[in-house]
Ligand binder design. Structure first.
Ligand SMILES: [Zn+2]
Ligand SMILES: [Zn+2]
Length: 171
């Protein structure tokens, strides 16, 4: 029987009925639809992948006095419902993503900016090689993150505000 390989760089947007049942308890704990809608709108208009504190500061302008804990609960509830995605970070707070399409991330290692890039699928042989090397029974998920240097960070030092153009040196 062939190994069934589900390759996803960042999960699928849809959840099953069973997931919904399991999460309904957590969702029931957050009923303030106005706060939740404001949190969702903030994540959707973020020009990047925001963390909870960014969302909190953004929503605070609309709803003064909202607490950081409330924002966390709203983010958890929205994540459970599949309206946004949580993007855990090894070295910092989780980020949130309103892009529900299958996609990967490219991170600038100088400024930490993260942009969405199309998914690249790994061949089944690559997963099989990883499975063999690890001794796992099954390897069927891939979370890809690319690294690089963004345009802004690649500008030569000492040219603040310089219009994008030809670099002084090639290569
Ligand atoms: Zn950068
Ligand atoms: Zn994203």
């Amino acid at each position: 029987m062939p190994l069934i390989v589900i390759i996803t760089s960042y999960g699928k947007g849809r959840r099953t009925e069973q997931d919904g049942d399991a999460l309904s308890g957590a969702m029931a704990k957050f009923r303030n639809t106005k706060q939740k809608a404001a949190v969702l709108a903030a994540v959707r208009r973020a020009p990047h992948h925001p963390d909870a504190r960014w969302v909190y500061e953004e929503v605070s302008r609309e709803i003064p006095g909202i607490s950081l804990g409330t924002v966390y609960r709203a983010l958890a509830s929205l994540t459970a419902e599949g309206l946004i995605r949580e993007y855990p970070q090894a070295d910092g707070p989780a980020l949130y993503d309103a892009n529900l399409e299958d996609h990967s991330h490219l991170r600038c290692r100088r400024c930490g900016r993260i942009v969405d890039v199309p998914t690249v699928e790994l061949p089944a042989e690559a997963l099989e090689a990883i499975r063999r090397a690890s001794g796992f029974a099954r390897v069927d998920q891939v979370f890809l993150e690319f690294g690089g240097i963004c345009d802004a960070c690649a500008q030569p030092a000492g040219s603040p505000g310089a219009a994008p153009g030809e670099p002084e040196h090639n290569g």
